[in-house]
Ligand binder design. Structure first.
Ligand code: ADP
Ligand code: MG
Ligand code: ZN
Length: 495
């Protein structure tokens, strides 16, 4: 508290605790599905283990551990020889066992880092640890908020969903940096295939924020452990998006600065981010770790993970892929960034680039396809199994059988709206370039039917050829190639 700036400039210190739901088929300690069924009834996707019934035993899900190891590798973290689980004891209705199975002194990942870019600057954020745990059930206060509810309902369908809690060092110096970090973390998790950002509540953030005297911060932005420990920090809970993190923290920094300006101290407390009102609200004074009485879960043996790191591969990560795309395909920074925004987009692009000139592939995927998908609120995963149709479309343009304009403005759009393959659209809309003999017949007819234009042409009137081209185009319904028609006419007339 002594370092809390009462007057003068303050600097912002933030550390995050990020909970991500891991994308596994079944829950972390039982065989129940993690996938909510449409309109599922409460408390149906459950079993004795995730309901915490007496005598039910946990069995660790290998897929959850594999996902954790992948995350550890991507965050350049230390993965220990053995990892263990602990009971974190607390009483709350969403936790039927009255303890949460989590990791304590031997987390699966420790000492990692993640590099983010904020306004062109590179910042390395330290990862203190990342551990596995089970998600509690969910609580619904009937009739609104906790204050006005007449009763509260609890649903254990979510209970036991595998979570990875990623805890950062207090390395953030602004709310904007946390937003960049969360976006980057999500991008990496999506590349690893361990996370589904579209799932409701798949990312939940607790943000710790304190103000320190600006003089206590070194030129490189570092702050001593003593100063960090001394600062009164507020933990903001209930943040569920990148934007939410930035907004909640911006609000909290202003609130704390105002407190200091008014000569009031800052209470070490837990606050709740109210998304609707855009304010943080005091919840409770913060509990300490010792309140949880952690002890080893005797029903889960220590897990030897020493060789998992070598055994489990991870794909090329977004930053590396971006760099490679620039070098290998000669893309500029913007195109490389667009084409690596998700692993699915990058894979799709590389499949297309394997068949065409990379520049042509980049234009089609980054500009045309992503643009049209975005406009329709669709994503690349909606069309990944239509890669063949998409390459056929580019082939048709490349071979001169379809004009670029028709391909972009009619065929691609119809492919997405009606779900048809390019040939079906071309046939229906009559867009195919006319067959060669149809064009020749039209050329002959234009010459026979317009003797005046023919003699004008022979007298040196260049305008006459354009008139004849126009006749042929009209005859073929615009599907002939004007350059080709021009050549054919000259051949006939000059020959
Ligand atoms: P607790 O035991 O209270 O959960 P931890 O040491 O586990 O505390 O840290 C929780 C989070 O608080 C971490 O993300 C850490 O970076 C962050 N943190 C620690 N000190 C500060 C501080 N002075 N200001 C802001 N965040 C901090
Ligand atoms: Mg903590
Ligand atoms: Zn279960």
């Amino acid at each position: 508290m002594s370092t809390q700036a009462a007057t003068g400039d303050t600097a912002v210190v933030i550390g995050l605790e990020v909970h991500v739901q891991l994308e596994t088929d079944t829950k972390i300690f039982c065989g129940c599905s993690t996938e909510p069924a449409d309109d599922e009834a409460p408390n149906t996707r459950t079993c004795p283990t995730c309901l915490g019934l007496p005598g039910a035993l946990p069995v660790l899900n290998e897929a959850a551990v594999e996902a954790a190891v992948k995350i550890g590798k991507a965050l350049d973290a230390h993965i220990p020889e053995t990892t263990t689980f602990h009971r974190k004891n607390y009483y709350y209705p969403d936790l039927p066992k009255n303890f949460q199975l989590t990791q304590y002194d031997a987390p699966i990942c420790a000492d990692g880092e993640l590099e983010v870019r904020v306004d062109g600057d590179r910042r390395t954020i330290g990862i203190t640890r990342a551990h596995l745990e089970e998600d509690p059930g969910s609580i619904q206060h009937a009739g609104g908020s906790i204050e006005s509810a007449t009763h509260t309902l609890v649903n254990y369908n979510r209970a036991g969903t595998p979570l990875m809690e990623v805890v950062t060092e207090p390395d953030f110096r602004s709310p904007a940096e946390t937003r960049a970090f969360l976006a980057k973390l999500e991008e990496v998790l999506e590349y690893l295939g361990v996370f589904d950002p579209t799932r409701d509540g798949s990312l939940r953030v607790d943000a710790n924020v304190s103000l320190v005297d600006a003089d206590e911060m070194a030129a490189d932005g570092s702050v001593s452990d003593a100063v960090l420990a001394d600062a009164n920090r507020v933990e903001v809970k209930n943040i569920s998006s990148h934007r939410g993190a930035e907004q909640a923290l911006a609000y909290e920094v202003t609130r704390q600065r105002n407190q200091l300006r008014r000569g009031r101290g800052i209470d070490q407390e837990t606050r709740h981010w109210d998304e609707g009102r855009n304010v943080t609200v005091a919840m409770r004074s913060k509990e300490a770790e010792k309140d949880y009485r952690y002890f080893r879960e005797a029903d889960l043996p220590a897990l030897e993970v020493a060789d998992w790191k070598a055994r489990i591969p991870i794909p090329e990560l977004p930053d590396a892929r971006r760099e490679r795309f620039r070098g290998a395909y000669g893309l500029d920074a913007e195109a490389a960034s667009k084409l690596t925004s998700t692993k699915a987009v990058a894979d799709f692009f590389e499949d297309v680039a394997g068949e065409f000139d990379p520049e042509l592939a980049a234009t089609w995927v980054a500009d045309n396809l992503l643009g049209e998908l975005n406009y329709r609120d669709m994503g690349i995963t909606d069309v990944t199994d239509r890669l063949d149709e998409f390459t056929r479309l580019i082939e048709l343009v490349d071979a001169g059988e379809l004009t670029v304009k028709n391909a972009e403005e009619v065929v691609l759009r119809e492919m997405l709206d009606a779900g048809d393959d390019p040939h079906a659209v071309i046939e229906r809309e009559g867009l195919g370039k006319a067959e060669a003999d149809e064009v020749e017949t039209a050329v002959d007819a234009a010459i026979e039917g317009n003797p005046e234009a023919v003699s004008d042409y022979h007298d040196g009137d260049e305008g006459a050829i354009n008139f004849l081209v126009g006749r042929v185009m009209q005859e073929t319904g615009g599907s002939a190639d004007p350059g080709q028609v021009n050549g054919l006419l000259r051949e006939r007339l000059d020959g």
